[in-house]
Write a protein of this length. Structure first.
Length: 282
């Protein structure tokens, strides 16, 4: 509708299609021209860019993605603790995969879930590689340590035997005499790899004559590892107190030497009986 006033003060209201036409004022009868209808208000187009309308609030990052990333990052410095590092890595990997699947149609969080999954998976892979490298190294180091331990034990036994001989002018009749005389602890007769050893048993085989050091052949063997101690060789002790290590083939060759004939015969008889330890009689 168009609303306007006549010069006489009368308010007149007509339809929009009467704009620009003439008619008489109902009060004074004067001919008046109806003003044109005002154009409709036009809303300005929406503005864009930094000075436009305020941005729509960003969707929140899924909590699972945040948790997965935190777990994976915490696992890295905990690698020095192995168990804790692997535990956090596994947790990060599982949560990261779940977050990745759940954020497949989300606008945010997918990248964080992928990053957490990759970091956790890489950490677990690194742990696996380190374990694969270290297990053989540690096994070899333990084997060498056990070999050295057996040679040291036999060295101590040889030294105790010489002390016994000097103090009593006689050779000990049996190895346990060295314990009874206070020259050795019972643990000197234990191989480091022997899990079934107990006091009163020996992981080493002994055989010596009653000859003194001056009378006996210094190169003759008087003690050695039992065959099952290491599997790939044996430590041995000679009458002079020397110790060493031989592979099994080299050891069997050494037993064939004349000075080791009595020792070899006694050792083969013992091994044929299937015994796992030498019983040290008091």
């Amino acid at each position: 509708m168009i609303t306007f006033n006549c010069t006489c003060g009368q308010s007149i209201e007509v339809a929009d299609d009467m704009g620009g036409k003439q008619g008489r004022c109902p009060k004074c009868g004067q001919v008046v021209t109806v003003p044109a209808a005002a154009p409709p208000a036009v809303s300005p187009p929406p503005m864009s860019g930094p000075w436009g309308a305020p941005p729509v609030a960003a969707a929140p990052i899924p909590a699972l993605s945040i948790v997965a990333l935190i777990l994976s990052l915490v696992a890295l410095p905990l690698l020095v603790l192995w168990g804790a590092g692997v535990l956090f890595s596994l947790a990060g990997l599982v949560v990261g995969i779940v977050a990745w699947v759940r954020s497949a149609h989300a606008k945010r969080g997918k990248g964080m879930a992928i990053a957490a999954t990759v970091v956790s998976g890489s950490t677990i892979l690194l742990v696996g590689v380190l374990i694969a490298i270290l297990i053989p190294v540690i096994g070899s180091a333990l084997g060498e340590a056990q070999k050295s331990s057996c040679q040291m034990n036999l060295k101590v036994i040889g030294g105790a035997m010489r002390q016994y001989e000097r103090s009593k002018d006689a050779v000990p009749a049996k190895p346990w005499d060295l314990v009874d005389a206070g020259y050795l602890p019972p643990s000197a007769f234990r191989c480091g790899g022997d899990k079934k050893w107990q006091e009163g048993l020996s992981s080493y085989f002994f055989q010596w004559s009653s000859q003194t050091s001056d009378e006996a052949n210094p190169r003759a063997m008087i003690a050695c590892d039992l065959k099952d101690n290491h599997g790939n060789g044996r430590a041995y002790l000679t009458r002079s107190g020397n110790v060493g290590w031989m592979t099994e083939d080299t050891f069997q060759t050494a037993l064939s030497q004349p000075e080791n004939a009595a020792f070899a015969a006694a050792l083969r008889t013992f091994e044929a009986a299937g015994a796992k330890h030498v019983v040290l009689h008091r």
